[in-house]
Ligand binder design. Structure first.
Ligand code: 5GP
Ligand code: MN
Length: 352
């Protein structure tokens, strides 16, 4: 990440865009996660500290466990208040696109953003962005959009405008997109940023407790059930599969967010190179989540077969079909990807 995030000329031009804007909208992707919410709210706090009228608009409801973020209560949820969202975009002269690379990721909010006359700035860390913009900061090598937002603010000399609340939001996304600094987290720059955020008053341990150590009863039980009863290992493809049907979700009193990170668990088993989690969110609609280790790309699988995308080691998609059909499809395509699996020799090297 040591190379500069934006050139001095880009920093100047972004600063001017911000100075000229009177109303600013900040957006992130649907089913917002800690990085989407954290980066949006962090930037919104800084822009409001600069005296700007700023509104964060998200496509659908954030999960309850992120509502502790300062400012989360003021977010406009487009699926609940479409007219309000429409009005925000119509009146915005600058729109920030944070943590997504394709307008498909904001669902029904896409036409609102497309039709807005406002300038558009993308700050994102997903591969191959396809969004037209006046400024594009696309850095797949940076582990979170929150870290990117910090670096962009820094390039503009604006980190002095980050108070404790903005810093808390920034820290949240850096933690969630690295599993509390357990992957994609070897860049020393991250710790320089983190040190600054903590010096701005962030209680990192308290945020950790809220993010990773606070669970509903339904989540604790469902995670246990998913692991003990529903995990299937498929050694010939170095794969693991967990499925949860609508009936099972109902039985456990499922709330959104309850299965967060379930897909990661099988990867802790030596010999499992990729893990697939299928959740039947509605009858006939299945959300697909995948995780992998090393060079094995689940992004390619999700793009090609499940209308999705993401990162090499963490990706997702969806399929409109009964759960059994999606399971059959997943198992059916596994042989296609066998050639990309690490050989026994490579795996030995990894564990050395
Ligand atoms: P998760 O498995 O936690 O839902 O998603 C992991 C990552 O995959 C997300 O950070 C996001 O980048 C990507 N992702 C998840 N679902 C979708 C999807 O439906 N479409 C696309 N393009 N990316 C997705
Ligand atoms: Mn992210």
């Amino acid at each position: 990440m040591s190379s500069q995030i934006i050139t001095p000329a880009q920093a100047k031009s972004l600063r001017e865009m911000i100075n000229r804007a009177s109303r600013i909208a900040v957006t992130c992707h649907m089913t917002p996660d800690g990085d989407a919410m954290g980066s949006s709210l962090c930037l919104a706090h800084v822009l409001s500290a600069m005296g700007k009228a700023v509104t964060v608009v998200v496509p659908d409801c954030p999960p309850q466990n992120l509502m502790f973020l300062p400012g989360a209560g003021q977010i406009v949820v487009a699926s609940c208040r479409p007219e309000r969202a429409q009005c925000v975009f119509r009146n915005s002269d600058l729109i920030f696109v944070l943590d997504y690379n394709d307008l498909k990721r904001i669902d029904r909010m896409a036409p609102m953003v497309e039709q807005s006359g406002g300038k558009r700035v993308v700050i994102d860390h997903h591969l191959n962005p396809v969004i037209e913009s006046d400024l594009m900061v696309s850095r797949p090598d940076v582990s979170s959009t929150c870290a990117l937002v910090y670096l962009v603010l820094e390039a503009m000399g604006l980190t002095v405008m980050m108070g404790t609340e903005a810093a808390e939001c920034c820290c949240t996304g850096m933690m969630t997109d690295t599993g509390n600094f357990s992957y994609n987290s070897n860049d020393p720059e991250l710790y320089r940023i983190l040190a600054d955020l903590v010096s701005k008053g962030v209680d990192k341990d308290a945020i950790y407790n809220k993010l990773f150590n606070t669970n509903r009863e339904s989540r604790v039980r469902l995670m246990g059930y998913g692991q003990s009863r529903k995990m299937q290992l498929i050694p010939e493809h170095q794969a693991a599969l967990i499925t949860l049907s609508r009936d099972e979700l109902n039985e456990f009193g499922y709330h959104r967010g309850d299965t967060e990170a379930l897909v990661n668990v099988p990867l802790s088993i030596p010999g499992v190179t990729y893990s697939v989690f299928l959740r039947e969110d509605e009858p006939g609609y299945v959300k697909v989540s995948m995780r992998s280790k090393g060079d094995f790309s689940v992004k390619d699988i999700c793009e090609r077969h499940f209308g999705g995308g993401g990162h090499c080691n963490a990706a997702g998609g969806e399929m409109y079909a009964p759960l059994d059909d999606v399971v059959a499809k997943v198992i059916g395509i596994m042989p296609e990807y066998d050639a990309q699996l690490p050989t026994a020799n490579q795996k030995m090297k990894e564990t050395e």
